[in-house]
Ligand binder design. Structure first.
Ligand code: PLP
Length: 501
């Protein structure tokens, strides 16, 4: 017997609510988020602060939201917009008619991770004769390569970077290439520190070995070419470099399109062919997917198309100049504070700093900055690289940048005053002895309670201050970090069984 009173739960109300109420609920939930606009968020969101752009992209998104990319013959509008995005990206990255890479082709994907998974898949499937394929990446390569390797059962050969330059040695990349290597990858720039790998040298050693070379320009592929045109010393990293066989660039990053759009480019159609998946051996429609998703909304693609059309080349050049100035001012603000040190001189749109000898506890500092309305991203220590604080800088930051220096100095002073994080004794004693296998649900629940996570009280599932959580993770080896993260996020992702009213 179904009890009709229990039919609604979570998002499902029994009789439906008014459109106003539904939208009002979305807005109320959104109020608890970090601010996506206003130039004080240094991760997750890429905001050009161009008046009217949000309205334009929302309208374009809604025009195409119900269009399905499953079948380009049914919706030629989507095919045309995708081809226009690929042409634009190919041109920005040194390919197309009249260049040394005239045959560049590509696909629009949902994001950087999907682009990288597909670059690895294309490389793997180009070599069906290799039974146990491998890829070579610098240790600063985005984690999405590890995800690709995991999903596609490809082994990952990680080459350490120099703690001084934060780049891999091309000779070390060359030495890591073996007979089963199907792809060598590098970043332009790396997400963590914003430094550009020695792409030309790495592509050369890959070409010498007859192996594909992917340049992950998801983060910087749309900003570096404009920074170069502004006179910045950006090395060649695109299709002008011999040996580069594919490049990814995310339009939802520095092309300032709303989320859900990246482009994966190949030097030619032969390189792209093994990226496709086709299947005709079932009684339904024949399936041919260039990307991982089958059904996909036209909304993000139309929004990206409208963004590029509206901003134009001149708009991107202006935004790059604004961003470059903001980066310089933020780096100056860091240099002016005793106890902080830039991890690298900024060469793209990232400012990344660490604590010098006797400097502040960075995880406390991040919380102090948050308390002052600046949302930065803590990065845990890794191998011989120290913990650091990452700032992705977008054009929207420029008008706020003068406020950052004084707030940073005040936050550092407050951090020194409060002292470094002390893990609760019961938590600290566990970290030293814990192994991933020993993490039973009871141990995780105890840790979470000790850290104030998963609350269940009115303060919500996350503590205001994350320093203690970051300190715990920082103290743990990476296998334990991974398990803890899975368990903690599992605690957050719980169904909402409330009545739906
Ligand atoms: C260099 C680089 N590659 C790949 C990605 C993954 O992109 P996404 O988060 O869109 O999947 C990122 C994201 O920041 C990145 O910076």
């Amino acid at each position: 017997m179904i009890d009709e009173n229990t039919l609604g739960a979570g998002a499902l109300s029994r009789d439906g609510v008014s459109a106003e109420q539904a939208l009002d609920e979305v807005r109320r939930l959104r109020a608890g988020d970090r601010p996506t606009h206003g130039g004080r968020l240094f991760a997750y969101v890429y905001d050009p602060a161009v008046p009217g752009l949000d309205d334009l992209t929302a309208a374009a998104h809604s025009e195409s939201a119900h269009v399905n990319g499953l079948d380009p013959t049914a919706f030629p509008s989507l095919l045309a917009m995708e081809n226009a995005l690929v042409g634009a990206a190919g041109r920005v990255l040194g390919g197309g008619p009249g260049t040394t890479a005239p045959d560049v082709v590509g696909s629009v994907t949902s994001g950087g991770t999907e682009s990288l998974i597909l670059a690895v898949k294309a490389a793997r499937d180009a070599h069906p004769e290799i039974a146990a394929p491998r890829i070579v990446v610098p240790s600063t390569a985005h984690a999405a390569f590890a995800k690709a390797a995991h999903y596609l059962r490809v082994a990952l050969d990680v080459v350490p970077v120099s703690p001084d330059t934060l780049r891999p040695e091309p000779a070390a990349m060359a030495a890591a290439i073996g007979p089963d290597t199907v792809l060598v990858a590098c970043s332009a720039p790396s997400y963590a520190h914003g430094v550009v790998d020695p792409v030309a040298e790495i592509a050369a050693v890959a070409a010498e070995a007859g192996v594909r070379c992917h340049v992950d320009a998801c983060f910087g592929g749309w900003s570096l070419p404009y920074l170069r045109r502004l006179g910045e010393p950006v090395p060649a990293f695109d299709f002008t470099v011999p040996g580069v066989t594919s490049i990814s660039v995310d339009l939802h990053k520095y092309a300032y399109a709303p989320k859900g759009v990246s482009v994966l480019l190949h030097r030619d159609a032969t390189g792209r062919a093994p990226q496709y998946f086709a299947y005709a051996d079932w009684p339904g429609y024949t399936m041919i997917n260039p990307v991982i998703a089958s059904t996909r909304s036209g909304g993000p693609i139309a929004a990206a198309y409208a963004t590029l059309r509206h901003l134009g080349d001149a708009g991107y050049l202006r935004l790059a100049a604004t961003t470059r100035d903001a980066v310089a001012a933020l780096a100056d603000a860091v240099r002016a504070v005793d106890g902080l040190r830039l991890m690298a001189e900024p060469e793209s749109t990232v400012v990344c700093f660490t604590a010098a000898e006797g400097g502040p506890d960075l995880f406390v500092l991040v919380d102090e900055l948050t308390a002052r309305g600046w949302h930065t991203q803590p990065q845990l220590s890794y191998a011989d690289l120290p913990a650091s604080v990452h700032l992705t800088v977008t054009a929207s930051v420029a008008p706020r940048v003068a406020e950052f220096g004084p707030d940073l100095a005040a936050a550092v002073a407050a951090t020194h005053a409060s002292g470094p994080v002390r893990l609760p004794a019961e938590v600290a004693s566990l970290v030293g002895v814990l192994t991933p296998e020993a993490l039973t649900p009871e141990v995780v629940a105890g840790l979470a309670a000790g850290l104030g996570l998963g609350g269940g009280d009115s303060s919500g599932p996350l503590p205001d201050r994350m320093a203690v959580v970051n300190t715990l993770l920082d103290a743990a080896p990476s296998a334990l970090r991974e398990r803890l993260l899975v368990e903690f996020v599992g605690l957050l992702q719980r169904p909402d069984w409330s009545s739906g009213e």
